[in-house]
Ligand binder design. Structure first.
Ligand code: MG
Length: 211
């Protein structure tokens, strides 16, 4: 993705209870945090390249928050003023690789960080979007609805996430927080067409190539 000044993509795991249940994961009292490299970003119309030898590769529709100014030790009350834009994000995941890493106690960075594994729509101003605590998320594969959720179901709100993360990691202008996915994840096949959308925010559509 061009013209994005992004030092890091911070992703939140298990932020929707129904998705944590479908993955058979225990609940966590703090946000589950991992990173994707900015090199994984692509935009609408680019191709998701999923290496065949890595096994199952999943989609995950998520609301992305884009940081507008440096944030360190930000309170929940002030957090929204540090989010300048939002976008629709698809947290592509090499699920078998992730599961193997989890089982062996290894980091699962690799399963999340491949080139093309972070499709994101063109960001829009936060002020142009309705209440970010009540946005419908949808994901379709080949025109069939696979995920449908609402940001109201997040365990940790955008404000809580900015406050928690900025206590420990400085957020820079252009950094992205991917806020987790609702239930309904499954694998992608060669030739699939994936459309992730959020009401009032935008849509990112990508073909899948198993390479
Ligand atoms: Mg995710």
């Amino acid at each position: 993705m061009k013209n994005m000044n992004c030092s890091k993509i911070i992703c939140i795991g298990q932020n929707y209870p129904a998705h944590a249940r479908e993955m058979d994961l225990p609940s966590s009292s703090n946000p589950v945090i991992f990173l994707k490299p900015p090199s994984s970003l692509i935009t609408d119309g680019e191709v998701i390249e999923a290496p065949a030898e890595l096994g199952r590769v999943d989609y995950e529709v998520e609301l992305a928050l884009i940081i507008g100014k440096r944030a360190k030790h930000i309170s929940e009350k002030d957090a929204l003023s540090y989010i300048s834009m939002v976008a629709t994000f698809n947290d592509i995941t090499a699920r078998d690789v992730q599961a193997n890493a989890r089982d062996s106690g290894h980091p699962w960075t690799f399963s999340k960080g491949l080139d093309t594994f972070a499709p994101m729509s063109v960001p829009v101003e936060l002020s142009s979007v309705g209440d970010i605590h009540d946005l419908d998320l949808e994901l379709c594969v080949n025109g069939k609805l696979r995920q449908h959720g609402n940001t109201a179901d997040m365990l940790f709100s955008p404000e809580k996430l900015v406050a928690y993360i900025s206590t420990y990691m400085t957020l820079e202008e252009g950094d992205i927080i991917a806020t987790g996915t609702p239930e309904g994840v499954s694998g992608l096949n060669d030739g699939d067409f994936v459309e992730a959308s959020i009401s009032g925010v935008g849509k990112v559509s990508n073909h899948v190539k198993r390479i």
